[in-house]
Structure formats: C-alpha cells, structure tokens
Design a protein around this ligand. Structure first.
Ligand SMILES: [Zn+2]
Length: 257
C-alpha cells in the first residue's frame, strides 16, 4: 500500500529547491499520507457494521422459525389442558353416574361423557397435526441455522480481514508519523509552526508549486516580485493571496519520487 499512497502524493524532486522547502515537502507528504490513512481507519467501523448487517436476514429467519415453533408448542399445551379438563369432567361424571338413582340422569350423563370423549378424540387429532407441524418447523430451523452458521463463517472471515487491514493501516500510520517527526525535526521550528497552521487551514496543501506565475493552491496569479523570490529560491516565499508556501515548479519537479 506504500506504493499506492506514494503515487497519490508525489514529492517533487527538484535538485535546486530551497532545502527548507524540500524538507517541508517531505513533511507534507508524510502528513498527507497520515490524513489518508486516518480516513481509511475512520471508515472501518462502518465497514464492520455493513459486514455484520449481512447476518441480520439469516438471524431473522432463524428467529421467525423459533417463534413459530413456540407458538405451536403453546397451542399444543392448551390442547393438552383442554383434553385434561375433559378427562376430569368424565371422571366426575362417572362418579355421579355411579351415585345417581335416576335412569334419566344416568343416561344424560352417559351422553355427556360420550360428547366429551368425541371432543377429546378431536382435540387429540388436532394435537397430532400440530406435532407434525412442529416437526416440519424443526427441519426448517435446522436449515435456517445452517445458513446462519455459513453466513457467520463468511462474516467472521471478512471481519478478520478487516482487522488485518486495520492493523496494517495503524502500523503504516505509526511509520509515517515517525518519518514525519524525523523530517520535521530538521526544519526551523517557526517555519514548522507556520506549515502546521497552513496544512490544517488549507486542507492538507500547505506547500504548493508556482506554475506559470500561478499559485497551485488558490490558482491566483502572484506578483512579479513573488515570482522572482520563488525562482531565486533564497528564502521561503508565500502566495500573497492564500499564504501557502511556494516552490518553483519545473519539469524536474514534476517527476514522481
Ligand atoms: Zn495561493
């Protein structure tokens, strides 16, 4: 990735460049790399969230089947309670039947027992149907769980890759910071202060080329005396419009280091 970032931020190679400016360009190059790396790092939590979002649908499928199973199981429990109630009623009726002396009552109770028995048979049939339904759902749950596990593996892999990228970026950032500190230590403190202010205020472009009398930062023409100062390369010259530090842009300085 070093090569890629380098290509994004070429350091002009100008053999006649004012040494302070040349050093500043190295500092700026490292700073620009750091900013770029920080941007990539800042995007990682969002990327991670996107990756994890891929699990949502599969998790929802699993949850939906589980909910269906739960609902059917509750329905089965209710049926069992209904069956139990009817069985209790039958037991009570049988006792009453045994105690009664009237034939009419005996037969009426017998009829009631028969009704309960046929109701129980019906409820048991319903229960059987629901149990088959649960079996079907269990199969669906198995499939849904497998799909979720598969997605989880893919997500784990993607997250692991992302962590590696993050670690590499952090290492690269630390390396660039080290190089920046080294380069900055060789530049006059006041000049570094000016540079730092410009780098922040001018969106990462504190030191820019002067191309055909035009500041490459603000794209405004500078005065003839500024052009002369930049060309002489005896002192650090600034664009009088935007304040950026200027260097003489030549064909040689257009090459990428
Ligand atoms: Zn300017």
């Amino acid at each position: 990735m070093n090569g890629r970032v380098d290509a994004l931020f070429p350091v002009p190679d100008n053999r006649n460049m004012l040494p302070e400016v040349e050093k500043l360009l190295v500092v700026q190059n490292r700073d620009q790399k750091i900013v770029s790396i920080e941007k990539e790092l800042a995007g990682i939590p969002l990327e991670e969230e996107d990756i994890r979002d891929k699990l949502t649908e599969d998790q929802e499928s699993v949850d939906a089947v589980k909910k269906s199973i739960q609902e059917v199981e509750i329905a089965i429990k209710n049926l069992e309670l209904d069956i139990e109630t009817r069985k209790d009623s039958i037991e009570k009726l049988k006792v009453q039947q045994f105690e009664t002396k009237k034939n009419e009552s005996y037969q009426a109770m017998g009829k009631e027992i028969e009704n309960y028995l046929s109701e129980i048979a019906e409820l048991e049939e319903q229960e059987l149907e629901l149990m088959e339904k649960v079996e079907g759902f269990q199969g669906e749950l198995g499939t849904a769980n497998e799909k979720l596990a598969e997605s989880q593996r893919a997500v784990d892999e993607d997250i692991a890759d992302l962590k590696v990228l993050q670690k590499n970026l952090e290492e690269e950032k630390a390396e660039q910071e080290k190089q920046k500190a080294e380069a900055a230590s060789a530049v006059d403190e006041d000049l570094i202060e000016v540079y730092e202010r410009l780098f922040k205020a001018k969106n990462g472009h504190a030191v820019v080329g002067l191309v055909d009398g035009t500041c490459d930062g603000c794209h405004m023409k500078v005065t003839q005396s500024t052009v002369a100062d930049v060309k002489k390369e005896q002192k650090v010259a600034h664009c009088e419009n935007c304040g950026r530090i200027l260097y003489w842009w030549t064909v040689e300085s257009d090459s990428i280091s």
